[in-house]
Structure formats: structure tokens, C-alpha cells
Ligand binder design. Sequence first.
Ligand SMILES: [Zn+2]
Length: 423
Amino acid sequence: MADHRELARDMDLFHFEEHSPGMVFWHPQGLRLFRSIEDFMRQVYQAGEFEEVRSPVALNRSLWERSRHWEKFRQGMFVVGGVKEDIDESALSVISPDYALKPMSCPAHIAIYQSRKRSYREIPMRLMEFGICHRNELSGTLSGCMRLRQFVQDDAHIFCRESDIQSEISNFLNMVKQVYAAFGYDQFSLQISLRPSQRLGSDRLWDKAESLLIDVVQSLGQSYKLAPNEGAFYGPKLEISLQDRLGRSWQCGTIQVDFNLPELFELAFVNELGELERPVMLHQAILGSFERWIGILLEHHGGSLPVWFAPTQVAVASISERAFAWAETIFSRLKQLGVRVELHNQDRTIGKKIRELSKRKIPLIAIVGKQEAMNQKLNLRCLGTPKQQEMSLAELEHKLADLSVASFFPDAHKLKLCDRRLI
Ligand SMILES: [Zn+2]
């Protein structure tokens, strides 16, 4: 089995440097892959009626103190700014106070919620961010993309009423099922992680949050296992672990029920009676860290990524100079259609071109020679098979049009992302 770092090298996706341990240097092909996944997830969240937001990477210490991350998660955060000992006393007033790079976006989304008075008409309010997070993991625990110090996560927060929790969790599981299937995973398991010893809030609130979560999962007919002590410090977690082709289990998705941060930040909205009511907060991620998701995907597919999110979907390769113009026509047309396509009109043998493109795991190669140029045809070759299929450019366009996001849901005809009542 190939390690994702080796695959990334062969496919020219990303690399690591000693001076930035646990942080990824994305190459053009790698960022294309990242963006195709991000674009897809943006559509998924839009269909789920989430609003995308963006918040600062560095937030003042006072905010982290209020959220209690400073007390409970301080070791896991990168702190920046602060008073330097070698600086003149008179300069102290202009020195920034401590900031921490956010390890997650919760307090930032709370700030957006609190930026004005909220009404029950806005509830449930669903915010999501492709949040750049930093966690100061021990250097010995860093391992390729699987454990990093900087990563992007689909960081979502739902501000809702207690009576909304069931439908929100059911929607979350629905999104998880569809997204995981689209990426080629058909098996996953559920775990409910209960209160840890280091936690916020009263046992009464924990009792309520835990039993709510267990009741919802049971009512949805999902099997699960319980994990004592593994919850977040603010609430219990429902965690989703997918199973890859090698039988390994990876925890990726999560939704967490939180009564504590709304108390600490005194969150409120005006209800139908004109009274102030406190919302519940649900913390949610479907993929978790994008970098880790990509690492798992690369190993799961052995680098042979499905066409819909492959960084380069089609390479047009000419056999001889006499096919250059026709190859260029195919390339321009596909590019115009939004296909991620490359043109290989260099003076190299077709055998060499195919070997190089196959090493980079490009899923489709459109081969054109003198004959094809004359007949306005091409030979399509799929990665992993020596067979070729002759077709017209219109036929290739038709094939690629079928590769729209919706067609990658195995049960696209039955499941619609915008239907919020599927489970
Ligand atoms: Zn959160």
C-alpha cells in the first residue's frame, strides 16, 4: 500500500519542509485537488442551508479566556504577540496583547452571532467556515497529513432550540452519508463520546446533553458505541468513523451538543413572546481536516482518484506533429467547458507521455494521431487499463457532462441534498 506522501510526490501534489513541521506546502496540482473538494463541500453546505462566513485566524486572549479554551486547551494553541522582555518599557503601550491562532472557529462564530440582536425568525442559524486552524501538536506525533499543526476544516456551528436538535442531527447524518458515498466510502460507524474529567458546566447540563444525543441517535435507528471520557470539554460528541479499503477506521465527521458556551457567552434571541431565550449550540464537521481527508482519500484510492475531483481530469496527448492542431482544438474546447485539462504536444513518444501521465494518475488520456486528426476523433484511455475507446469530441463532452457533482452520488435519483427530511 502506498503512503499518501509517496503518492503526493508522484502526483506532484504537496510536500513538507523541516522548517514548518506539520504544515503543508500545496503545489498547483494539489491545490486544484483541494479546491475541487472545497467547491463540492460548499455546494453541500449551501444545499443544507448553511451560510458561509470567514473569521480571523488570530483572536485576542480575552476571547479565549471567556470560552475557557485558554484554561482547558492552552497547550494546544499557538500564542502570538505578548510582551517581549528586551523591549523598552516606554514601548509597552504599543505592543499587542496576547493573541492565539484559532484551534477551531467556535468563539469567532459566536462573535458573528452576537454582532446584533437575534430573533427566533433567524433560528436555527447555521454558519460554516473553511476555517484555517492551528494546533500545537507535539512534534513526535506529527505524521504526514494525518496529524498536522495547520489545517483547514469545514467548521460549522448551528445556533438552535433544544427542539431542533433531532432534525439537525438527522440532517447532519444525511449529509455525512451522501458526502462519504460521493468520495467512495460506503461504510462508517458511530460513537457517542461522553463527558471528560476536564469539563465545563454543571452535571445537570451534561446529563441533558448526553441523553439528548443518545435519544436522537437511537430514534434514527443507528447503532453506536459509547466512549466514556472522550467528549469535548463543552459537550458530548457524536463521532463518525469511515472505513477505508484497507479496513482501517478514520474518525472524520462530528456533531457536538453544547449548552455550555451559550451560557458562558450569554447567547440569546428574542422569542415569539418577546422574551430572551438561550439557544443551544451544535458544533459540526463532515470532513474534519481537509488535509487529513485528502491523505486518507489518496491511500483509499491508491492515488487513482475518481474523475470528478481528480486535480487534472483529462490529458490530451498527441502522437505526432500532424495531430498538434487537432489536440489543441480538443484541449481548448474542454477547457472552455470547465474541465480540468492539460495539453501534451511536446516532441516525445506517445509511450513516454502515457507512462508519465499514468505515473501522475491522470484518470483520462485523450490520444490523437494523424488518423484521428483526419477523422476528427480521439482515442480515450482510462487509467489502469490498456484498452482504448475511439470516439468523437462530442461523445467525450457528453461523457464529461455526466461527471457533474450530482451524478457522483450513487443514489442521486433517490437522494437530494436539498431535501432536509431524508432520514
Ligand atoms: Zn466549534
